[in-house]
Design a protein around this ligand. Structure first.
Ligand code: SF4
Length: 326
């Protein structure tokens, strides 16, 4: 590992200032991704600013909104009684992520900011536009079994690895950010970027921006929600395809649907077309299949991930059936 300076921030403002002053500085909290990246030489900050002493660990209900502090641990959020009861989709997604040990270290903010697990990104002798802009994309013509089928570009076909973020996208969460110009709110679906010509940029934060929390509004989806993750082994594996499905059902009629997919795009992939199709329709397998088929019209596979063209719609249908209890 390359030597670096370690600074522990005691105030939010001093943490932001420390990162603003030093172009190579990065915030660190649980470190479950950043330390790996540093050990492997993928990133080499000259300074890391430890934010774990900041008062951002709370999970509280305020004015009918659930506020999850950026430093709330994944395990604590997943097991929080209010989250389990009112936002079961989030609890299930968190429990599907990583391992128990990692969930005890990883934070809410860090989870959404984790970087892709594309193997070419982590292997510093191979070309990767995300790690080394302009060097090429090893995965395009390489072993791209885990890669995107939606929203990719000829510069990068990586996927976002988070499970938590897929549920937050489906639930219309809002990211709370503090930065050089004060506080701002970013809708979760606008937080992460597609790769386009700048795959090295994962999200819409700017230098000095600190994620301070996530806000969720209470909703009518708690009775019919499911997170279905398909992976190569039952635990500690990233999604081949995952689906966050939440339905507001009256009798057998769907009032509203919320759907997002993981393992298929550079950002949590919200299924707006399928949601629109399902609103006002009966909760039947036939309608679920039609909704999934509509969404798949824009999918594009590469040499080794063609199986996702079948796996993705099947996972959408199965997640909807489990959520709807049909
Ligand atoms: Fe790098 Fe993206 Fe290509 Fe992977 S898919 S090698 S992360 S540019």
């Amino acid at each position: 590992m390359i030597p670096f300076q370690y600074v522990r921030a005691l105030k939010q403002r001093s943490a932001i200032d420390a990162v603003l002053k030093d172009k190579s500085a990065q915030f660190i909290a649980g470190g479950t991704n950043l330390v790996d990246l540093m050990k492997r030489g993928v990133t080499a900050p000259q300074k890391v600013v430890d934010i774990t002493n900041l008062p951002l660990k709370e999970v509280v209900l305020k004015n009918n909104k659930l506020l999850i502090g950026a430093l709330a641990l994944n395990a604590d959020v997943a097991e929080h009684p209010f989250v389990v009861k009112h936002f079961p989709l989030l609890s299930l997604a968190l429990q599907a992520g990583a391992s128990a040990q990692l969930r005890n270290m990883a934070t809410t903010g860090g989870n959404m900011l984790q970087r892709t697990r594309c193997p070419y990104f982590y292997d510093t002798v191979l070309p990767c536009n995300k790690r080394n802009p302009g060097s090429g994309c090893g995965a395009l013509e390489g072993y791209n079994r885990m890669h995107a089928i939606f929203g990719a570009s000829d510069k990068c076909i990586a996927v976002h690895p988070s499970d938590m973020a897929i549920a937050l996208a489906a639930l219309d969460a809002v990211v709370l950010v503090s930065g050089a110009k004060g506080d701002r709110r970013i809708p979760f679906t606008d937080f992460h970027r597609l790769p386009g010509d700048r795959p090295e940029i994962d999200n819409n934060l700017v230098r000095g921006d600190l994620v301070v929390g996530v806000e969720l509004s209470q909703n009518a989806f708690s009775k019919h929600a499911h997170y279905l993750k398909i992976r190569d082994r039952a635990s500690y594996a990233f999604a081949l395809v995952s689906v966050a499905a939440a339905l507001d059902i009256n009798g057998n009629t769907i009032n509203n649907a919320r759907l997002a997919m993981g393992g298929v795009a550079h950002k949590p992939w919200r299924l707006f077309t399928a949601e629109k199709f399902l609103a006002g329709k009966p909760a039947t397998e036939e309608n679920f299949k039609a909704a999934a088929a509509l969404e798949m019209q824009t999918a594009k596979a590469y040499e080794h991930n063609k199986f996702k063209l079948t796996l993705a719609p099947n996972t959408v249908v199965e997640a909807l059936k489990i959520a709807a209890k049909v």
